[in-house]
Design a protein around this ligand. Sequence first.
Ligand code: ASN
Length: 339
Amino acid sequence: MIFGRKRIYVAYVGGTIGMKPTDNGYAPVPGHLTEQIHDRPEFHSAEVPKLHIREYEPLLDSANALPADWLRIARDIVEHRHHYDGFVVLHGTDTMAYTASALAFLLRGLAKPVVVTGSQIPLGVLRSDGRQNLLTAILVAAREEVHEVCLVFGSHILRGCRTVKASASGFEAFTSPNLPPLGMAGVEIAVDEKRLLGHPSGAVGLPMDLNAPVNLLRLYPGMPASLLEAAMAAPARGLILEAYGAGTLPAHDGGLLEALRRGTERGVVVGVVSQCVDGRVDLTAYATSAPLIEAGAVGGLDMTTEAAYAKLVVLLSEGHPSDEVRRLFASDLAGELTS
Ligand code: ASN
């Protein structure tokens, strides 16, 4: 039987993969990535799906990406969902784990592969890792068994909402600390079907805006209460608190507890994640977590900080009442946590 070539939509949002050297260091240059792909025969071989490349305007170093950019990418994918078999999002690595997480929440219900990737060295520079990353991403985006947002980098095929950037310069820059890879790209591109999410049943409903004010604060020994106070002051509607270990905080610091109480009285939803890369939050394990329970904070289980932040922004922007936001925050929506 002869099948037509699959069609993949490639959204170039920005990032090193399409950058060129400038006087101030690497910066994205419009048209450069498209040119690079057009000039390379391997991207047009019959084994590779047909590509439609769209460059965003302006192209971003991902350090400049905002939640509004996550929504823009999600809208672009939703608008083109009936015309393509899969989607590749080319993005800078610095905030790629946030964007991959946000896309997983925004696009729950999409039922098509979305693969986020980028590179450490631009495609046009000798020794670039971009060629391999992009080819792997395209081939994963063409797989019918994938119905979720993945992040491909080096030899790893990871669940997008489980990822963290773990290396500023290595070619295996991403890991998913609390979930084994969905697959590996070696001689074969091997995806472990048992690890993939099933076909989602719902439709995709995107929020009008993605601008709920959520702050992110990492606790440290000696942190002044004024910092927590500021993180929970208006207009904040949510706070991700990176607490210690299983979700503990200095429970003898009266100022800190008072700031927490005042913030939660204002209605700020507090999600607790761990500073440990590996493991999970359990607010019942230590007495030093009790003030968090009293304040109505929700433990983020084994979610990454990136996923927890993106999730709270998405949930608050979707307009659920606070109690529902708390319930959904601790629920598995896109394979981001182990319940
Ligand atoms: N600064 C770049 C970015 O995040 C880093 C990269 O893509 N490797 O856009």
